[in-house]
Design a protein around this ligand. Structure first.
Ligand code: 5AD
Ligand code: SF4
Length: 477
């Protein structure tokens, strides 16, 4: 099969920050592609962060616009798309596994179209491997050209060639793209794209382009229209939401945005993810003063040791991080705090790892995502010489998880006996006659109820029991 290569990824190009102006793109579907998907089905596999989930909703919206219908049976769909994650090797390994499975699907049904997108295609090595070893992939595209998907599908269908278009650019902002949202009561709202932090371990600034903020009015209008449609909760998305507005000239900050969104009438506002260096007093004030800003903060610390933080290029110290938490707890004493931690960063000594354990004890997190450092080709840390032995890394991860779990449970236990407002998501897999949802503090709550009409509503639940990962309660009449 011939390959149509419109563009290939280039990590060197992706690293550039040329201060080019951000272009606000509008979405319009070419009439020629309007019925390309009529009587056809699609399925999207989404991996990785909420940013990818939000992108999948746009891809889904575009496909529905073309006439495609979503299918819950992935392997019999006419179009299968893998929206991939490149953050760690194990995330990528899962995807290589599914790609292997899809070889058989293509063999049985040569007409199926298989597309791959997201962060992995933005890596040169991954795209080379897709092209050389996975001939059953029909379309490869990246994070910067989702709006071109109809054109790429049309090209694949009309020419029967493989189509590859991965653009390594600083990135623009796509407004007005149709979104096929997965939930009717909770919505992702992108407030910015890309990342300029360049933490030495992280691939995201290379795969997602420069930090660029959406216009505040576009965001506020999107939230107002969600409120009108009956949405209860929004999660504001960005790699570093606290840097919102820094690329713009109006001095309007993330804290300002929280105060303005609070006035839209949305019941719950959450956001992810935060960077400790940019986490500021106005945001703390929003947690204190805005009823809709939920009492939960996810503030990735990565390490508790100042030398490690320096080599990670995190630009804050253990002490500064603790000071932010102190100020936040002073303003909102019962706030739930969660974090991300990496163990076995190159050169991390046992003593330095102990500083991370010390920090966990100081903050007493309500939960933490814990990771073993994974070298990402093209990032500075992948070239650091003092990589840690896997056995040492695993041992540190286990010790960290044990400590984190202790506080995770304590963080749940503090709600026993209280009545919490739970936004109901679904029936629970935890047992017959149970439903589940989240409290304002982001505690997953299972409670006794069996009524589909409660989904999307906020109900009062008395918390009776705390497990490590969730709480159990009873519905208040
Ligand atoms: N190795 C391990 N963990 C990583 N993260 C990001 N890059 C890496 C890497 N190379 C973690 C960080 C980040 C979270 C989303 O993933 O903790 O906050
Ligand atoms: Fe999301 Fe990061 Fe994974 Fe990309 S690499 S999909 S931005 S978690």
């Amino acid at each position: 099969m011939t390959k149509i290569k419109h563009a290939l990824p280039n990590l060197k190009e992706a690293r550039n920050r040329k201060k080019e102006e951000t272009i606000r793109l509008s979405y319009e579907l070419n009439k020629d592609y309007l019925h390309l998907g009529d009587n056809k089905t699609y399925h999207i596999f989404t991996y990785g962060c909420q940013g990818n989930e939000a992108d999948s909703e746009v891809i889904s919206g575009i496909l529905e616009n073309m006439g495609y219908k979503e299918s819950n049976e992935p392997f019999t769909s006419d179009l299968i798309i893998l929206n991939t994650c490149a953050i760690r090797e194990n995330a990528e390994n899962r995807i290589w596994g599914v790609l292997g499975q899809l070889k058989g699907v293509k063999r049985n049904n040569p007409d199926v179209i298989i597309g791959i997108c997201g962060c992995m295609p933005q890596e040169e090595n991954a795209t080379n491997r897709f092209m050389e070893k996975y001939p059953h992939i029909d379309i490869i595209f990246g994070t910067h050209n989702i709006q071109n998907l109809p054109k790429l599908i049309a090209e694949r269908v009309t020419t029967n060639n493989k189509v590859i278009e991965v653009i390594s650019q600083q990135g623009n902002i796509l407004e007005d793209a149709p979104k096929h949202r997965a939930s009717k009561h909770k919505a992702w709202v992108n407030i910015m794209y890309g990342c300029d932090e360049f933490c030495t371990y992280c691939i995201v600034p290379y795969t997602r382009g420069k930090e660029r903020s959406r216009d505040k009015d576009d965001i506020i209008n999107e939230v107002k229209s969600l409120v009108e449609k009956g949405y209860k909760e929004i999660t504001l998305l960005g790699q570093n939401v606290n840097a919102y507005g820094k690329d713009r000239s109006d001095n309007y900050t993330f804290g300002d945005l929280l105060f303005d969104l609070d006035k839209t009438g949305i019941e719950r506002i959450r956001y992810t993810t935060s960077h400790p260096r940019d986490f500021d007093d106005k945001t703390i004030a929003a947690h204190r003063d805005c009823k809709s800003v939920m009492p939960h903060l996810h503030l990735p610390v990565q390490s508790g040791d100042n030398d490690v933080l320096k080599r990670m290029n995190r630009k804050y110290t253990h002490e500064q991080y603790i000071e932010s938490i102190r100020k936040l707890k002073e303003a909102c004493p019962d706030i739930a705090i969660t974090t991300d931690i990496i163990v076995a960063f190159p050169g991390e000594t046992e003593e330095q790892f102990q500083r991370t354990l010390d920090l966990v004890k100081e903050v007493q997190y309500d939960g933490a995502y814990t990771f073993i450092y994974s070298p990402r080709e093209g990032t500075p840390a992948a070239k650091f010489e003092d990589q840690i032995e896997p056995e040492v890394a695993k041992d540190r991860l286990n010790r960290l998880i044990n400590l984190v779990n202790e506080y995770y449970k304590k963080g749940n236990e503090r709600f026993i006996g209280t009545v919490q407002e739970v936004l109901v998501d679904s029936f629970s897999k935890n047992g017959e006659g149970m439903m589940c949802g989240y409290t304002p503090h982001m505690k997953l709550t299972h409670f006794n109820a069996n009524d589909a009409s409660l989904i999307g509503k906020t109900v009062k639940v008395r918390i009776d029991e705390a497990k490590s990962w969730f709480v159990i309660g009873s519905l208040c009449e």
